[in-house]
Design a protein around this ligand. Structure first.
Ligand code: HEM
Length: 484
């Protein structure tokens, strides 16, 4: 009866008019969504996106969503404040991230976004650059010890680099002390396990029912994992609290600039001023930023290194640019990195092929008339597939080719403004995008100055999996040859 009711409602009439894989009675598309493994699941999503471009619908056991892959439809959703609420998938992150900036909505999201934006101001990023340069140099030293091997799985050392960097910058904490290393390793493992649990749950709509989920071993595992994740962030906050001195009027705070505080200092200061934020409120933001601020940039650097290893001429051009900008192996300044426009194009192209956040989700806050004439009904979940937008032949010629020149100003000018969305767009775009690009530039610049990269994995060898962040199923292997 419920299904009949939905089918004949305003919601159902519009939803069922949208094309998509044929649903079975009662279970809908359940068997198309369930896959033996997360790499297979990843492939299936790509197949559906190609077959039904620019829009399709899926439905399983009372869960309804519409998938979008075209620039026109992405623009409709991302530019309208009515659609800023995240969809059901994000609810599964809340046991870990609470309702921090990534998962919250409405007035809470608005006030936190306003509060936290200054902690990524470019004057603070200039300060952070000291850390990115120093940590990139430490990364090079780690790679020097590994480069005699036939290859390095870059995921481990690069994740170490990005985790230490976000700890040192936004959190004002040293995650590289002897006591922290084991905990950091546990934390990184827990992030992966959490992502896997969420993916398994999203593919099994019956586990959306809390009472059923609570009876599973997955739920028990999730609560152990969340404990590990929260203990880690509690330590970060505790450590910073010990060293943080509330700045007096007109005084500098350590780890921050004259006028602006780094992210955790800003929250601690906000609380010290008597503002309405609890310790849990601080923890949910630290959880959010520690995760978003290291896992995304780590995967971006790993995929970029693999692509560069496969494109020696691109490496040569980057080296030429670095040498022209910063001669004599000097440490690049903020301005130097800004001038490295070829390096920036290479990173952009790498993020096109491997967007660290491959999809984002929203709820339609009102009916949406799509570019192809369908209506997404109010209240429906929407998945925006950034990965498929970036790989679509309607949007990019020869989409699988790595070609940094796609981002030359002349080659961009006729492209739809929503054709390239690694950092999303609109009000809920990535707050850390400038931080990310600077951190990635510093790592690649230091690595290429010290090593020539040779291919081990080819792009076609790498299978990605469905997760919160775009990841390979296994390793990302690159050979590092020291430059003499
Ligand atoms: C290559 C690196 C990165 C990529 C590709 C990336 C991508 C994205 C995307 C696509 C979103 C929108 C998510 C959504 O709508 O659900 C987002 C949001 C966000 N990102 Fe990033 N991100 C990166 C790095 C970072 C860094 C370094 C930080 C922090 C230091 C960060 C913090 C956040 C936060 C807090 C949000 C939520 C913003 C809001 O809803 O107001 N990200 N990011």
């Amino acid at each position: 009866f419920r299904l009949w009711q939905v089918k004949h409602s305003h919601f159902g009439k519009n939803f069922y008019a949208i094309p998509g894989p044929k649903p079975l009675p009662v279970v809908g598309n359940l068997f198309q969504l369930l896959s033996p493994d997360t790499a297979h699941m990843f492939e299936k999503i790509r197949e559906r996106a190609e077959k039904y471009y620019p829009i399709y619908k899926c439905q399983a056991l009372g869960r309804y969503y519409v998938a979008l892959c075209s620039p026109e439809d992405m623009e409709l959703v991302l530019t309208n404040m009515k659609h800023i609420t995240k969809n059901k998938t994000y609810d599964f992150l809340q046991s870990w991230l609470g309702t921090g900036l990534l998962t919250s909505t409405g007035a809470k999201w608005q006030s936190r976004r306003k509060l936290l934006t200054p902690s990524f101001h470019f004057s603070i990023l200039q300060e952070f650059l000291k850390t990115f340069n120093a940590e990139s140099q430490s990364l090079v030293e780690v790679l020097k010890k590994e480069c005699h091997k036939p290859y390095v799985n870059v995921v481990n050392p690069i994740t170490e680099y990005t985790l230490i960097s976000i700890g040192e910058t936004s959190m004002g904490t040293n995650l590289n002390s002897p006591g922290s290393l084991e905990k950091s390793a546990q934390y990184k493992k827990a992030v992966y396990t959490f992502g896997d649990l969420v993916t398994q749950r999203v593919a099994r709509p019956w586990l959306f029912i809390p009472a059923l989920y609570k009876m599973t071993d997955m739920c028990k595992e999730e609560s152990n994992i969340v404990n590990i994740l929260h203990n880690y962030t509690n330590d970060v906050i505790h450590d910073r609290k010990k060293n943080f001195v509330v700045p007096k009027e007109g005084e500098d705070a350590s780890y921050s600039t004259k006028k602006r505080l780094a992210m955790l200092d800003l929250l601690l200061n906000f609380k010290a001023q008597g503002a309405a934020i609890t310790d849990d409120g601080i923890r949910e933001e630290v959880d959010t930023f520690l995760f978003e601020g290291h896992d995304t940039t780590s995967m971006a650097i790993c995929f970029a290194l693999m692509l560069l290893a496969n494109h020696p001429k691109v490496q040569d051009l980057i080296i030429e640019e670095i040498e022209a900008t910063v001669p004599n192996d000097e440490t690049p300044s903020f301005k130097d990195y800004q001038q490295m426009s070829y390096l920036e194009r290479c990173i952009k192209e790498s993020l096109r092929l491997y967007p660290s956040v491959p999809f984002i989700g929203r709820v339609a806050g009102e009916d949406i008339k799509t570019s192809s004439g369908y209506t997404i009904p109010k209240g429906c979940d929407i998945n925006l597939y950034i990965y498929d937008l970036h790989h679509n032949k309607n949007v990019y010629e020869d989409p699988e080719k790595y070609d940094p020149d796609r981002f030359l100003p002349d080659n961009c000018k006729n492209r739809h403004p929503f054709a390239y969305l690694p950092f999303s767009a609109g009000a809920r775009n990535c707050i850390g995008q400038k931080f990310a690009i600077l951190e990635i530039k510093a790592a690649i610049c230091h690595i290429l100055r010290s090593f020539k990269l040779e291919p081990v994995d080819r792009p076609e060898d790498i299978k990605c999996i469905v997760d919160m962040v775009l990841r390979p199923q296994g390793e990302i292997k690159v050979k590092f040859v020291p430059r003499t």
